[in-house]
Design a binder for this molecule. Structure first.
Ligand code: C2O
Ligand code: CU
Ligand code: CU
Length: 536
């Protein structure tokens, strides 16, 4: 295994030379040569309408080697959709692929019927036209396909894009606000490239257990690119859109990053850090000072999975089970390059210092009406998964003679997703002892209420995401929330246990319930998800 991996890396280096691409051999990159691709911008701030077409395409992650990909309005990923933070906006999503897709607005606080999750699939050839009543803080959000059992493959193929809610006030706040100049969007992902340089998604059983990690970092679809920046303060909007890889970002020269916004918007004051952890699904906006005119390299420490609450946790760098196979691979032991920034004297500098304050704090005012515990489970293979699922299906959808019966909270006519009919070697995950079931609502809560959620996880750390809500992290692994968990969030890395105050600001009926799930896509697809209603 090790030998073939070595051969693969040698082969990759040969490809890299032949194509004048930077060496993509594992994470030991040579100097990057590719310019950071500017994502196309779909500005709907005036029109209040936009269209996304999911289309198949081919993308050359390595020059001359096309990979089959999917994208919105383009061959890979989608545009940056610019919307007002308060407005009613009409969207039209057409599925021009041969598979069922959906478009979930991750972080947008809209009713369940237009949330775009597993309850709103779009069949090939169909158009879905939700009207989005947007009313929330300016924020960096994103959108992606969310078909149950097929989310990992769909996002890996490219069905994801960025949604920016703009209130037009960033310049007045003293923040860089020229999109593509001093306000840059960085969509960070990883891919596994085969010996020819083609991106493949063929998860092994270990990938299905721990999440699929690539061997090559992409930023906006380019391998470890270099971005030209003004020699001043630049805002980086960072999105971790990887299937499973945790990022632990830092600049090679140790320069500071000033966190100005987390998932759901601005912090009251910038938080200065030298290290920024970003789990799949999370966003962070940081200010970086490039005025010293030197090139700056953004790196990540290796993927660390964190620990489960049950003491079963491990870290990929030192884990036993895979040690013989991969422990010595650089991808698990050495920091790797994300992107390089090169100040250009020609680019206009708008902002020369980090603002002292950003706006009023918006603390939680409601007293929580309930406390709800969640455990993100590794259901293991102790019970053969197929039998377990069959048992759950029988218990939920039919009586002992096999006659269909109505179940409290079920949605008649909704078929069990094919993705759950997993081969018996497939791991099964769940939350609070049960894998996700489209036909079972896990609980109901009340619009306008706030609840205290205590979330723990087994086996490893998990990025926990909740639809249709925003929350504050009030307790973290080490007590006080770490810097990355300041402000309003919609996704949080559960390392050990976290305590959240969750606000329910949008309604969701049983036919279009909100999801809560692990954003390691291989976990989500295999059952680490649940759903809840928000009623009056
Ligand atoms: Cu970004 Cu339910 O997901
Ligand atoms: Cu979401
Ligand atoms: Cu998980």
């Amino acid at each position: 295994m090790t030998v073939s991996r070595r051969e693969l890396l040698v082969g990759a280096a040969a490809v890299a030379c032949a194509s004048t691409m930077p060496a993509r051999s594992s994470f030991a990159q040579a100097a990057p040569l590719v310019a950071l691709p500017a994502l196309s911008v779909l500005d709907a701030r005036e029109t209040l309408a936009f269209a996304l077409d999911a289309v198949p395409g081919q993308t050359e992650f390595v020059a001359g080697v096309p990979s089959e990909t999917l994208g919105f309005n383009q061959s890979y990923l989608g545009p940056v959709v610019l919307l007002p933070s308060t407005a009613t906006v009409r969207a039209a999503v057409t599925n021009r692929t041969d598979r069922t897709v959906s478009v979930h607005w991750h972080g947008l606080l809209v009713p369940g019927e237009i949330d775009g999750g597993p309850h709103q699939p779009i069949a090939p050839g169909e158009t879905w036209s939700p009207t989005l009543p947007i009313d929330q803080a300016r924020a960096t959000l994103w959108f992606h396909t969310h078909v149950h059992g097929a989310t990992a493959e769909g996002i890996y193929a490219g069905l994801a894009g960025v949604l920016l809610l703009d209130d037009g006030l960033d310049a007045r706040r003293g923040l860089p606000a020229a999109l593509g100049v001093d306000d840059l969007v960085l969509v960070i992902q990883d891919k596994r490239l085969d010996a020819s340089g083609r991106a493949v998604y063929e998860p092994t059983s270990d990938d299905r257990m721990h999440g699929f990690l690539g061997d090559t970092i992409l930023v906006n679809g380019a391998i470890t690119p270099v971005a030209a920046v003004p020699a001043g303060i630049v805002k980086l909007r960072l999105l971790n859109a990887a299937n499973a890889r945790n990022l632990d970002l830092f600049f090679e020269d140790g320069r500071a990053m000033h966190i100005v916004a987390s998932d759901q918007g601005l912090l009251p004051t910038p938080v200065r850090v030298n290290r920024l952890r970003l789990a799949p699904g999370e966003r962070s906006e940081v200010l970086v000072d490039f005025s010293n005119a030197g090139t700056a390299t953004l790196l990540s420490r290796p993927h660390a999975e964190g620990t489960g609450a049950g003491g079963m946790g491990h870290d990929m760098a030192g884990m036993g089970g895979m040690a013989g196979m991969v422990a010595n691979e650089e991808r698990f032991t050495a920091p790797f390059v994300i992107a390089t920034f090169r100040p250009e004297p020609d680019l206009p500098v708008a902002i020369r210092s980090v603002p002292a304050t950003l706006g009023p704090d918006e603390p939680v005012t409601m007293v929580p009406s309930a406390t709800r515990p969640f455990v993100l489970n590794d259901m293991g293979n102790l019970v053969p998964p197929v039998d377990l699922l069959d048992a759950l299906r029988r218990a939920n959808t039919s009586d002992h003679a096999g006659h269909a019966m109505s179940v409290v909270g079920s949605m008649p006519g909704m078929a069990m997703p094919a993705g759950n009919a997993a081969p018996s070697a497939d791991p099964v995950f769940g939350i609070n002892g049960a894998p996700f079931d489209m036909a079972r609502i896990n609980f109901g809560t009340t619009l306008g209420m706030t609840e205290r959620w205590i979330v723990g996880g087994e086996m490893m750390g998990h990025p926990f995401h909740v639809h249709g809500t925003r929350f504050r992290v009030i307790r973290d692994k080490d007590g006080q929330p770490r810097p990355e968990n300041q402000g309003w969030k919609d996704t949080v890395f559960v390392d050990g246990e976290v305590e959240l105050l969750v606000e329910f600001r949008s309604p969701a009926p049983a036919t279009a319930a909100f999801m809560f799930h692990c954003h390691v896509l291989e976990h989500e697809d295999r059952g680490m998800m649940g759903q809840f209603t928000v009623g009056a």
